[in-house]
Design a protein around this ligand. Structure first.
Ligand SMILES: Cc1cc2nc3c(=O)[nH]c(=O)nc-3n(C[C@H](O)[C@H](O)[C@H](O)COP(=O)(O)O)c2cc1C
Length: 222
């Protein structure tokens, strides 16, 4: 089941055992504070260099099975926004229905909304076949959550955005994705929201997503 215990050196063991600087309640508080602020509701100012560096470093502390680099992040600087806008428009033209001028304008605008914009890309399988798309997407999700929480900890706002456009030929070409790569979602950050936020979503209660395997369960094959 791959649940073997790795050998750790004495200093590593001591580090793992020492209490963290942050309390469990503070950690939970940070998670409860994080919420999606859509790019269209973001103020037009990006995190500064130091804040951005911490967000990017946070990603490195996520679990990554086999340490083979299941994911990578592509930053989209202001200088590349026009090219991104064109890729959004080109993706519309790849569809069966010709886009209306309004659709084209809406698509273009999306490229300029997020003050700090990045794309999360995963490998569909490891080069040596040691990991699956599910594992790689999980690793990427862990990295993304680290980034979102680091943004929240710095008083920034953030969001993830996905959609069919990411799999279009135009996007794949712009981001130079290899045949072995899959664009999961954009991640956006801004220094603040542009407007007052509505109440966030109601979180599920633990019993809604947790069950316990019964010791006497009879296995059945579907
Ligand atoms: C992989 C992924 C893709 C997402 N894509 C979008 C998106 O395209 N548009 C959007 O408004 N929200 C998107 N979201 C954000 C969710 O809608 C949001 O997390 C959810 O509504 C819960 O709100 P919260 O983040 O404030 O807890 C995405 C979230 C995930 C995990």
């Amino acid at each position: 089941m791959g649940m073997d215990c790795e050998q750790t050196s004495a200093p590593q063991r001591r580090m793992a055992a020492s209490p963290p600087d942050v309390s469990a309640q503070q950690a939970l508080g940070l998670m409860q504070m994080r919420r999606t602020v859509r790019p269209r509701n973001m103020a037009d100012s990006a995190p500064d260099v130091a804040q951005t560096a911490l967000i990017l470093e946070a990603a490195a502390h996520a679990p990554d099975h086999h340490r083979h680099g299941a994911w990578r992040i592509v930053r989209v600087p202001d200088s590349a926004r026009e090219a991104l806008a064109q890729a959004f428009v080109d993706a519309l033209h790849e569809r069966d229905e010709p886009p209306t001028p309004e659709c084209i304008e809406r698509a273009r605008i999306k490229a300029f909304r997020s003050p700090l914009l990045m794309l999360m890309v995963v490998q569909t399988t490891a080069a040596d076949g040691s990991s699956s798309l599910a594992e790689n997407c999980t690793a990427a999700g862990c990295a993304l959550q680290n980034m979102l929480l680091m943004a929240t900890a710095q008083g920034l706002v953030s969001s993830l955005t996905s959609g069919g456009t990411l799999q279009s030929r135009s996007f794949r070409a712009l981001f130079q994705l290899s045949a072995n790569e899959y664009a999961v979602c954009f991640v956006s950050f801004a220094s603040a929201a542009a407007c007052a936020l509505k109440p966030g979503p109601v979180r599920p209660d633990v019993p809604q997503y947790v069950s316990t395997l019964a010791a006497s369960s009879t296995p059945h094959v579907h």
